[in-house]
Design a protein around this ligand. Sequence first.
Ligand code: GUN
Length: 288
Amino acid sequence: MWVTMKRLDGTLVAEKIRETLRDKVSILARRKPLLVIVWVGTNRASETYIRAKEKACHGVGIAFALIHLNESITSSALLEHIRALNQRPAVDAILVQLPLPPHIDTDRAIQTIDPTKDVDGLHPINQGKLLLGDPSGFCPCTPAGILALLSHYKIDPQGKHVVIAGRSNIVGKPLAALLMQKRAGCNATVTLIHSASTHIEHLTKEADILIIAIGKRHWLKAPMVKEGAIVIDVGINQDEKPNIVGDVDFDNVAPKCAWITPVPGGVGPMTIAMLMHNTVRSYENRLL
Ligand code: GUN
């Protein structure tokens, strides 16, 4: 029973966030907010994520459109699609689903999105604002979702040693920038470890809060975790069955933790809730 008690339930918290957004949109609604996803190719995992985002939009009262482009599209044709969306006043939010095929310049595609519509928070302007502590930008959804989840359970990172594993532009780097900020809900001491780090187990064992975002299933093992730590699992991997499993060896790690996120049902739903949050914010900004 106590194992169930200490789960950080992302499904539940995400539902609460969506309810609040739904109420907000229903009051504001002169028109519905509009999120457009641009998807290139046929990656199966991307399709699953896109469908989940579409479902969340419908639940909140956000209009959703998908621009599905052929795998063979040229970089310049893709950029033209993005520029056209930038120009359309009714489009509040643009998300280019990643990964893009290898022949496409991903950085260039992201840099072409209007930063005021970049609800993924990946444009250099938004990443720069995050690093500077300027709240006018969009924060990437997974880092924002992790902070919202901790906040819901009254877990304050202030003064805690947070060890993040993984240095991606979409999770590890923006999460480190966020947690080190001088403001309530942050103020953490941050260590970021990655594939070239040494003495990894020594560092993970020092952590009060461990956040794993490296994409290797069951990477975090029980001996790497301090008794009473808080463990956040960002991983979404498939095992041989195929079931969805995280980056944490949950069954062996959970008994040592004060709190832990399950996979699925932890960080994933929070990421999508934050995408809804950013979309509604972009819509509000545009109404003003
Ligand atoms: N692919 C997997 N997750 C994400 C995400 O949050 N945003 C984008 N753009 N692509 C993704």
